[in-house]
Design a protein around this ligand. Structure first.
Ligand SMILES: Cc1cc2nc3c(=O)[nH]c(=O)nc-3n(C[C@H](O)[C@H](O)[C@H](O)COP(=O)(O)OP(=O)(O)OC[C@H]3O[C@@H](n4cnc5c(N)ncnc54)[C@H](O)[C@@H]3O)c2cc1C
Length: 238
């Protein structure tokens, strides 16, 4: 099974259902399939997140053709940690900067405001704290540092949910933090099922998913060879 991840993770702040607030996957789909008018991007767009998806959104908008300097939107990317901690590829971040994306490091969203359609985004400055168990710096808000920016469009790109409900239907298949648990052969806890890619690692890269696929194929081959050998030796004994 290599079914990837599901819908975008929700950002639990008020105003996230206002018009003009998009989930990254739907936004990218419309952007890449030529339904740009439906997006009504406007003049100021804020992308929230620090991964490859956030970068894809920001670069996709900043590179839109058919715009003059006067109609070109300002693209801001807000990330709660610093540049060093950004999960997006460094070369993509460099390219985004060259193309005009404005990065707001150590900035987290607090709430979205507007009547019907989003108009303002309230943010807060963050500071890095001690590293957590994974070695990643914790982040905490700087008290009293809230500020508000004007926005026409906001894209939430903070990750995708796992497809846990799908996997729960498979008997004996264990999940760990909603991801499929596998051994070194990418075999799940139900021996007849193998899994790899984003549904196992929670979202990484194409190269990693392909590698999981290759190792799982070897694992499947070994498993079938072993079970076939057992059943043919049992038949021979009879
Ligand atoms: C916007 C975005 C930008 C990214 N940019 C990069 C990048 O620049 N470089 C990079 O290396 N990685 C990037 N990634 C990550 C990369 O796309 C994933 O790590 C990779 O695609 C994972 O592969 P996968 O096979 O596990 O899942 P997927 O590629 O998601 O494939 C899963 C497939 O399973 C299908 N499926 C889902 N549910 C079912 C079901 N119930 N039954 C049957 N089929 C099902 C889906 O339709 C899909 O075709 C990006 C991801 C996103 C979202």
């Amino acid at each position: 099974m290599g079914i990837g991840l599901g819908e975008d993770t929700e950002l639990n702040i008020s105003g996230s259902n206002l018009r003009g607030v998009w989930r990254s996957l739907e936004f990218i789909e419309k952007l890449k399939s030529g339904q740009i008018d439906e997006l009504q991007i406007g003049k100021q767009i804020a992308v929230i997140g620090g991964g490859n998806t956030a970068i894809d959104v920001a670069r996709g908008v900043v590179r839109l053709g058919g715009m003059t300097q006067a109609t070109k939107p300002t693209v801001m990317l807000l990330y709660r940690r610093s540049e060093k901690e950004m999960p997006a590829y460094a070369h993509e971040v460099r390219a985004a900067k060259q193309e005009g994306v404005r990065f707001w490091w150590l900035t987290a969203p607090v709430k979205l405001m507007g009547y019907g359609r989003v108009k303002h985004l309230q943010c807060i400055h963050m500071k890095l704290g001690e590293p957590d168990v994974s070695g990643r710096s914790r982040v905490e808000p700087v008290p009293g540092s809230e500020f508000t920016i004007y926005v026409d469009t906001v894209v939430l790109a903070i990750g995708q949910k796992s497809q846990a409900e799908f996997f729960k239907k498979i008997e004996g298949l264990a999940l760990e933090e909603n991801l499929v648990k596998v051994n070194e052969h990418y075999q799940t806890t139900n021996p007849k099922y193998f899994a790899g890619g984003d549904c196992v690692n929670g979202g990484a890269t194409v190269v990693e998913a392909v590698q999981h696929g290759k190792l799982a194929a070897e694992g499947i081959h070994e498993y079938i060879s072993a079970t076939t050998a057992i059943s043919s030796s049992a038949t021979a004994k009879k």
